[in-house]
Ligand binder design. Sequence first.
Ligand code: UD1
Ligand code: MG
Length: 449
Amino acid sequence: MSRARAAIVLAAGQGTRMKSDLPKVLHKVGGRAMLDWTIAAAQGAGAQRVVVVTGAHAPQVGEHAIKALGAGSLAIQDPPLGTAHAVRAAEAALAGFDGDVIVLYGDAPFVPRERIEEIFALRAAKGGIAVLGFEARDPTGYGRLIADGDGALERIVEHKDAGEAERTVKLCNSGVLCADARVLFQLLSLVKNENAKGEYYLTDIVALGRSAGFASQVVVGAEADALGVNSRAELAAAEAVFQDRARAAAMEAGVTLIDPASVFFSHDTEIASDVVIEPGVFFGPGVRIARGARIKAFCHIEGAEIGEGANVGPSARLRPGTRLGANVKIGNFVEIKNATFGPKAQAKHLSYVGDADIGARANLGCGAITCNYDGFDKYRTTIGEDAFIGSDTALVAPVTVGARAYTGSGSVITKDVPDDALAVARGRQHNLEGWVKKFRAKKQAGKNE
Ligand code: UD1
Ligand code: MG
């Protein structure tokens, strides 16, 4: 039987360089909080229990962790005295846990699930401690993995404590490390803070473990996977890494991106093959696009499902709750929120459609809008199949337009329209023959006086 797995996510650092009221780990990459990336990877790798360690200064992180993971998933480290001290803070939350624990950082969102799995597996196979390392282009600031004469990991030395020769080592500590829970906490109780920073270093358990007969193994991962975020610039760098990966994955899956660098994805964007995405498109969370759809330039889309063969944009905005059926056409300067469009329905120019159900093949003319809000409550508009909503119709919800019904251009529709009826709700047109001639003559006469 495989061993039980748990994860401890460190998130008690101050994050001062972000200069933000929002705790660092709640800043988003690809539309998802960094902390949630780490939690998802740990859970994906089989961690049944996840404990988030946060500081007393960041109650929002605690609330977030409890919401995501349930009570008992939170440990407070107060004050933060180093990474070893942070992991110890999780000991009580893991009381009674018998199995392997992996330590992850809440501000390093890219450690892949596969790598975490590999580390758990290596630890289970070889015993001792497993450490995730990477070859750094510039190792400045990182802990270095120091090997003994046989190439086995002997200890980790922090940059500040490292000698000149040790600083030339490029194999660095990512911070991710895995050990048997009992061994981990035993070794942690031996860690001292006699070092350059005066902190309790988690990394010390490698040397301590070795003296106690627990050898360490190294898994070497990619530098980009170990990327940590400490500043807004690094947050942007992490976003760029995510976006590049998402673009590559989309194209790999058969999506055409005419200008990949100008398309922005969320962590959960799902796009089927043969979808074409034109330049300048932004996807917020919760978007799913079926085969053969086309997203034209400059669209902003979130919380939306787009059916097979649908056309959206250019310059359309789809907000949460948008559901477009197959072959729907949404054109320029159309905003849709919490609304469904049946197959082949269309709104091609300058519309706002909110809280509405649009029947199959119905056509909303240019400038047709739903008036869904009275300042207090929202109301629904229902439009039947094959209905034709004239240009510049205002649909004052709650209101229903029947199947195949028409509304006259410029109408303000406040009452339900029966199936097959034409509703006209606007002033009648009067033509006053010759009126302008007389008007001009009068004005001209006044000027000549
Ligand atoms: C740490 C590692 C270093 C590694 C580097 C990788 C130690 C001693 N050093 O250094 O070997 O190369 O990460 O990025 O572990 N944290 C707490 N409580 C604390 C201190 C830190 O929760 O008291 C959290 C931070 O929020 C952060 C993580 O632990 O998520 C790492 O802390 P940080 O101060 O960035 O460690 P480094 O000095 O970068
Ligand atoms: Mg750091």
